[in-house]
Design a protein around this ligand. Sequence first.
Ligand code: SF4
Ligand code: SF4
Length: 96
Amino acid sequence: MEDKCLRCGKCCHFYLNGEIKRCRHLVDTEDGKTTCSVYPTRLGRILGFDIRHRLKIQCSMRTQAHWDYPDCPYNDGRPLWTGVDSKKGQIPRRNK
Ligand code: SF4
Ligand code: SF4
């Protein structure tokens, strides 16, 4: 499959215990985009545990996401994720 990812990092954010979490493996790059520090072994990694829903949050294929993300080329009509600033199309960057 052609890689259409814009490396915005929006799909590496998730709800955890009522808060929006940024994956700890998401890295900001010099060009203003993002990358994954564990990309070759990302799939299936446990990123957190949601106590309320007794649910493990795991990294999965983009096509398995429950959401569409603002401006993501892989969107296919799922509910739009609003956990990031969809007006500006920006995500919170990690504090240096
Ligand atoms: S939301 Fe889409 S464009 Fe952004 S990082 Fe995820 S797959 Fe790539
Ligand atoms: S582990 Fe998964 S969710 Fe975390 S930065 Fe890498 S690709 Fe994104």
